[in-house]
Structure formats: structure tokens, C-alpha cells
Design a binder for this molecule. Structure first.
Ligand SMILES: Cc1cc2nc3c(=O)[nH]c(=O)nc-3n(C[C@H](O)[C@H](O)[C@H](O)COP(=O)(O)OP(=O)(O)OC[C@H]3O[C@@H](n4cnc5c(N)ncnc54)[C@H](O)[C@@H]3O)c2cc1C
Length: 215
């Protein structure tokens, strides 16, 4: 499976003007041509913000010096970067000591990913052992829709490609749990994360460990 390149590129849905603009390392643009927070990890997001803030400051200094307003023709991407800069700068300027990013801020790629996998594995853990034809069809369409709307564009595109090669196995809870585990492992492999033992999906997502520490 080809590794999706999320950094330093525009996503497939990028506008052409944005695509021709060199992007800072780690930045991915969304369909609106603006930096995509849910396609970027927070460290990169903040670095982009700081870099763009510096660029914006230089631009305004240059404008003041020349009295010109030629900078107003900046591309959508550049405008988006400046927006991200302002947001990141505001966040870092007003960050209190006990600030908890995960609880207070919009999701980045990592937070979104963890929350989504929790939802997907848990949903599948409670799927019927013997689903009706209607339930199988609903699950297929749910996963198909999910892969259209998952708000990390490159992740979603990659998932759709994988689902074409290996469509969801909806005939039983066990099959679907293994299938979902396999999908997650494909992403883990690309990201260099540990491969999960799919025999342990029920323990992880439904029953908890035998020693009762989660009870
Ligand atoms: C559909 C989808 C596609 C994604 N695609 C990308 C991508 O292309 N690029 C990118 O950078 N990020 C992608 N992500 C995000 C990425 O998978 C992680 O969620 C994110 O990097 C945070 O990782 P994490 O180490 O916290 O644990 P996560 O990978 O989020 O896992 C959460 C927990 O699930 C359990 N787990 C791990 N593997 C499995 C498994 N195979 N089966 C069952 N349980 C498991 C573990 O207990 C783990 O702690 C995607 C997320 C989703 C939901």
C-alpha cells in the first residue's frame, strides 16, 4: 500500500492557486484552500502558525516601508496560513499554565484519529453476531459515507482506496472486528506504529482485560 504523503503538499482537493504555492513543511491544505488542522498534527500546526506569523510581520513591515498594498493579492493558501498564524499566535499568547489542548481546542489529526478509532472499533464490537441483510447493508453504507466525509482529506482518500481493494466484511461481528483491525493496522504500518494483535480486539474494545483492571 503506498504511503500517503500528507506533508508539504496540497491535498487532492486543493485549489490550483494554492497548489502552485510552496507550502511550509507539514502543512496540508483542505478543500477550501486553507490549512487543514484535522490533516496535521498539533506540533506541525503550531510551527506553521509561528512561521506564518513571522512572514506576516515581515510583509506588514515591508508594506509600511514602501507604502504599497501589493501584498493584498496573496493566494488563498497564504491567506489561510496567515489565519492559522493568528489563531496559533492567539492560542500561544493566552495559553494558561494548566491549558489542556485536547479538552479545549478543535481536534488535530492525532486527536481526531484516536477518537475516531475508538468510535469505529467500539461500534464494531457491538455489531450483531448475525446481522440481518438490512443491518449489513446499513453498515456498508455507513462505512462508505464515513470514508467520504472523514475530515482529514488524505486519510479519507487513502481509506477509500483501501476499501476498494478490501471492502468491509459485514457478515458477522467477528469478521467486521477483524476487518476494522486490519484497516487500522494498515495505517499503523504506514505511520511506523506497532501492529496490533487482532485476536485482542474484543479484550481491547469490548470485554476489557481478564485481570479486571478496567472493571
Ligand atoms: C480512518 C483513519 C485513517 C487515518 N489515516 C491516517 C493517515 O493516513 N495518516 C496519519 O498520519 N494518520 C491517520 N490517521 C490517524 C492515526 O491512525 C492515529 O489515530 C493517530 O496517529 C493517533 O495515533 P495513536 O498512536 O494515538 O493511536 P491510534 O492509532 O489512534 O489507536 C488508538 C488505540 O487503538 C488501539 N489500536 C491500535 N491499533 C489497533 C488495531 N489495529 N485494531 C484495534 N485497535 C487498535 C490501541 O489501543 C491504540 O491505543 C487515521 C485515522 C483514522 C480513523
Amino acid at each position: 500500500m503506498p504511503a500517503p504523503d500528507h506533508s508539504s503538499t496540497s491535498s487532492s482537493a486543493d485549489t490550483s492557486s494554492a497548489a502552485s504555492t510552496p507550502l511550509p513543511p507539514g502543512m496540508v491544505l483542505g478543500p477550501d484552500g486553507k490549512p487543514c488542522r484535522t490533516c496535521t498534527d498539533i506540533k506541525s500546526w503550531r510551527k506553521i502558525g509561528k512561521a506564518a506569523k513571522g512572514a506576516k510581520k515581515e510583509e506588514s513591515t515591508a508594506k509600511t516601508a514602501s507604502g504599497s498594498d501589493s501584498g493584498s493579492t496573496a493566494t488563498t493558501a497564504a491567506a489561510g496560513v496567515a489565519g492559522a498564524a493568528a489563531a496559533a499566535a492567539a492560542a500561544s499568547a493566552s495559553t494558561p499554565a494548566a491549558f489542556d489542548y485536547e479538552k479545549e481546542c478543535p481536534a488535530d489529526k492525532e486527536i481526531l484519529g484516536r477518537a475516531t478509532w475508538t468510535f469505529l472499533h467500539t461500534m464494531v464490537a457491538y455489531y450483531p453476531d448475525r446481522p440481518s441483510i438490512q443491518e449489513q447493508s446499513t453498515m456498508k453504507s455507513l462505512l462508505g459515507s464515513f470514508s467520504q466525509f472523514y475530515p482529514c482529506g488524505p486519510c479519507a482518500e487513502h481509506l477509500r482506496e483501501e476499501m476498494k481493494i478490501d471492502p468491509p466484511k459485514v457478515a458477522s461481528r467477528k469478521e467486521l472486528s477483524y476487518w476494522m483491525c486490519g484497516m487500522h493496522n494498515k495505517v499503523n504500518e504506514i505511520l511506523g506504529k506497532e501492529i496490533f494483535d487482532c485476536d485482542k480486539v474484543d479484550e481491547r474494545w469490548r470485554d476489557g482485560p481478564a485481570d479486571g483492571r478496567c472493571d
